[in-house]
Design a protein around this ligand. Sequence first.
Ligand SMILES: *Cc1c(COP(=O)(O)O)cnc(C)c1O
Length: 400
Amino acid sequence: MSDPAQPTPDDQRPANAPAPAPVPAPVPGGAGDGTRAVHAGKPGADPWTPSLPGPVFAAHYHLPGEPTGPYTYGRMENPTWTLLEAAIAELEGGAHAVTFASGMGAVSAVLLGLVRSGQAVVLPSDCYQATRSLRARLESYGVTVRLAPTAGDAQARELDDDVALLWIETPSNPELDVCDIRRLADAAHRVGALVAVDNTLAGPLGQSPLALGADLVVASGTKSLAGHGDVLLGYVATDDAELAERVRLWRTTVGAIPGPMEAWLAHRSIATLQVRFDRQCASAQAIAERLRDDPRVLQVRYPGLPEDPAHRQAAAQMRRFGPVVSFTLADRETAERFLGALRIITEATSFGGVYSTAERRARWGGDAVPAGFVRLSVGIEDPADLLRDIEQALTAATAG
Ligand SMILES: *Cc1c(COP(=O)(O)O)cnc(C)c1O
């Protein structure tokens, strides 16, 4: 006979009732970043259920009678998204999150979905270049786009009553400039504009834009969040239920939905976000300090360097300084020799993953960076091996 003190699933629901979709359980308040990352969006510990239920592959759900949720059709809802979105909301400190097929899916949902013809948008002139490439699209829809650099006060000076949305990206990719989120958010709110922060570079454990006054956080989960270089994903997080609903409606309408497998892989990866990210940030700091002291390197940018122009503001609003170090070598040829000589770090775009990667950013065009500008994404390999790899590649690149 079974132990009557042990509830079984059959005890808890009537015969023939369907297995309920797992519901995310809240992480206890006051938990640290590691605990939050491990438990974020996980269902309660019901007997004989897994810690993270597998991906649900469903184009449609059995749906008798009136078509009411929670799960109706696969473009609208998916239980794997529900758990992942609870995890992201937990980490970003917001009430709602909406996930997308990619970071650009999320960026477009806010820039194209929340702004109307006749309104103005302020965009950073140095933000992620695919975001800037939406400028022409916005203008073709009758939206005025004003560009201003991230550093300094220029974005605040573009704010007036016409502005519906201020877009912030801090630290900016790839130049790693930083702006004051709270001050800009206050200034934007005074003219009635919404504030969206692209939080891809710092990530949810690096800074919390919603707590600093932003209305929306937008990010590419492709980078640190999923973190293994194998998944594209994006998200929008917000405290505002109505904004979340508008963003979700945009996703449903354009169909920029994450695949269940991608959503599940991202959620699985979030469990290790804090250990990965702490290791990455510590190694990035050590590498930035080493490069700073090397005469073969013309300039180093890392918000964690005390002498970096962004450091004061970064230290005031960031909890971790991120996995990206940008630095400039003498010219294109030196940078290409450096990248070619690396043995552990591989030449690739993107950042935030477990594998260390680097690229000469000017090869894409579109960023106002010198030809020898290298964006290095620090992974989780042994820091001593990364330092040695960089040292030998610098020597190879500059010998003779
Ligand atoms: C990569 C990136 C994006 C776009 O994300 P995808 O997942 O590649 O679509 C947006 N913003 C920033 C800052 C990024 O680095």
